[in-house]
Unconditional design. Sequence first.
Length: 428
Amino acid sequence: MDVYGMLEKYVTIDGDIRQLDQRVVKDIRDEFERIDGIRLVNQAKVLSAMREEGLAENHFAGTTGYGYGDAGRETTDRIFARVFGSEDALVRVQLVSGTHALTTSLRAALRPGDTVLSVTGKPYDTLEEVLGIRGGAPGNLREFGVDYLQVDLKDGRVDFEGVKEKMTPAVKLIFMQRSTGYDWRPALSIADIENTISYIKKLRKGLVFMVDNCYGEFLEEREPTEVGADIAAGSLIKNPGGGLALTGGYIVGKKDLIGRAAAALTAPGLGKECGATLGITRSFLQGLFLAPHVVAEAIKGAVYASRIFQELGFEVSPEPGDGRSDIIQSIKFRSEEQLLSFCRGIQKGAPVDSFVTPYPWDMPGYGHQVIMAAGAFVQGSSIELSADAPIREPYYGYLQGGLTWDHLRLGVLITLQQMKEEGYLLLE
Ligand SMILES: *Cc1c(COP(=O)(O)O)cnc(C)c1O
């Protein structure tokens, strides 16, 4: 069957782009096999957690009001704890985003006089405001007497010597960001996280190790809380929601820290006991069940995009055969115009809002203009195919998500066609 011939009925893809696609898909087969192995292990992990906790139909019935005695919520927490190999978990519709889950984790672990030491350089943009290192938003951690120090990565790795120098007596919490964020570096692998924690533990006892796990879930067979992290958090409209969770965040970690996180989210004394689920538990758990598969699809697409843009002469990070610990594919564009053309292409290939033209805007929480291309079923969901970029030099574009590998492939092909038609892609 001539697949390309049949595709012609639905999408226009020029012959030169088609040939490139055909070659690249062949070249990345081995990579796909490796990804399938990780997927299988993670699917088994999630399935086993659900079986062990005796997940049942009645857990999907939601509560209203205070949400006392919500068996579905409690079971969800226990399932997440098992999947992440942690003592406890807080999975809530009331955690409005990844930033909120991370902020709640910081509030759980820190008290006035404490210092946060980030060992992976500058944290994600929205956390700069939370920590009070940019913007001066009311309620930031500096207002509560929490200080911040950072050690930049050295050649993409944690700088152990630098960490030693910055380890002042007030340092209470070691912060690590697993994903690239708006940067050009490899994601921190689980092995990197493990080594970093065991090194720092030798320097000082009693520290809290926290990981921003956004975009990292199910990329490897283990999660940060399985290799020594005391607390980790992320968003349910990224990897662990499997594209089905409609909103929400999660925090996993040590029992006392999760208790404090619950107190920070609700109120001291209320803790984990309150929080109506309003019928959302089914989508959280069905999403978690699908997540290992969806994440694997997204990684396949990222590997494909990496290879195809590299073949077209772009710098990419990670490169096609590199290990991955987040779903982000960074591509370096030559000009702002070329980057915007790329984003227009991704938008055009979306199932929702494909007719919309994305423009850069002053997004709340970010220190510069940002362009976001996304046409998702869930607003802002970046486990669905999306691209974003800060508008500043160098012009890095970040591609992530895709609920199915086929959509990613089509999305990239539509994007290349769009860039070619707009004159931003020169094929030989
Ligand atoms: C997305 C993300 C966040 C913030 O999550 P939101 O849900 O957008 O608030 C924090 N850190 C990293 C690394 C992220 O990718």
